[in-house]
Design a protein around this ligand. Structure first.
Ligand SMILES: [Zn+2]
Length: 292
């Protein structure tokens, strides 16, 4: 597979031409085609469930998934996932509404369920890691400076240079929150940890081989010491929040950050990104399926 493998409408229509093909895919992803009695499951005509040809046991592959309670046809969900997966600068509910010809409420629900399925990787970052904090989101129009500031969320990102990003809303500015985020996501041994002169890193510099650039003294690059990668990431996030979403509240900001991390960490292969999204969406229903 080429590094920049494409995946667009043409490929989606070929892989998932009908609602039935989508249902078959979901069934095969979450269940064994062969029943424990030795019979084989097949899709019931005009239904969303599969029945064993021998013991008549029925299974519903959408149970526990984000598709379960939706009246939107599964094929339209697959189109929504493709649009979401390929929208590297994000996609608004209005844009999704126009593309799928559904109501705005339906488009908003699809997008928030897709975002809720995303989880960031747990592998710790290593090598050269850049970290930076920033304030994001919140509606500012018609608000005083202090009100607008209160509506914002403080978020922190760490990026392995030429690698992945981890990004999280943190409760308070200060060395405790900062330190916890760093130790949770950054490998201690062998990592060269790069930041600006923010006092929040005051304890992490005892744990990590830390390099700082002093922005207040207009120092931005010193050899290979800089935080340009993480600052570019924040610049992209801020442009998208303003341009695509207009404003995002504190309640939802983490799910948007998960989506930005998903796109950043899987930027170079459209097909793999779409496949990963499908996998995450189905995995997010796995716990409900096991519980039932
Ligand atoms: Zn059976």
């Amino acid at each position: 597979m080429s590094k920049f493998s494409k995946y667009g409408i043409r490929e989606l229509s070929r892989d998932f031409p009908t609602n039935k093909a989508c249902l078959e895919f979901v069934f095969n992803a979450v269940h064994d085609k062969r029943c424990s009695c030795g019979g084989v499951f097949s899709l019931r005509r005009n239904k969303k469930c599969f029945r064993c040809g021998r013991c008549k046991h029925e299974l519903s592959p959408l149970k526990g998934t984000i598709f379960e309670k939706s009246r939107t046809p599964l094929i339209l969900w697959f189109h929504a996932m493709l649009l979401f997966s390929n929208a590297k600068s994000g996609i608004s509910a209005m844009e999704m509404k126009r593309n799928l010809s559904v109501t705005r409420k339906c488009a908003w629900r699809i997008l928030s369920l897709l975002r809720s399925s995303l989880v960031q990787g747990t592998k710790k970052l290593s090598g050269i890691v850049e970290a930076d904090q920033t304030y994001l989101g919140g509606r500012t129009r018609g608000k005083s400076m202090s009100e607008a500031f209160k509506a914002k969320s403080l978020a922190m990102a760490a990026i392995e240079r030429h690698g992945e990003v981890r990004v999280k809303v943190i409760e308070n500015k200060g060395k405790v929150s900062t330190g916890r985020f760093v130790t949770d996501h950054v490998e201690r041994l062998g990592t060269r940890f790069m930041t600006d002169e923010d006092p929040g890193y005051i304890d992490t510099d005892k744990l990590y081989e830390t390099y700082m650039v002093n922005h207040t003294k207009k120092e931005y690059v010193r050899g290979d010491v800089h935080v340009n990668t993480v600052e570019s990431f924040w610049a992209h996030v801020k442009r998208c929040l303003k341009g695509t979403y207009k404003s995002v509240s504190k309640k939802h900001i983490q799910s948007y950050l998960n989506a930005f991390a998903f796109h950043y960490n899987n930027a170079h292969n459209d097909r793999l990104r779409f496949e990963l999204l499908l996998q995450l969406v189905l995995l997010s229903g796995a716990k409900t399926r096991t519980d039932s």
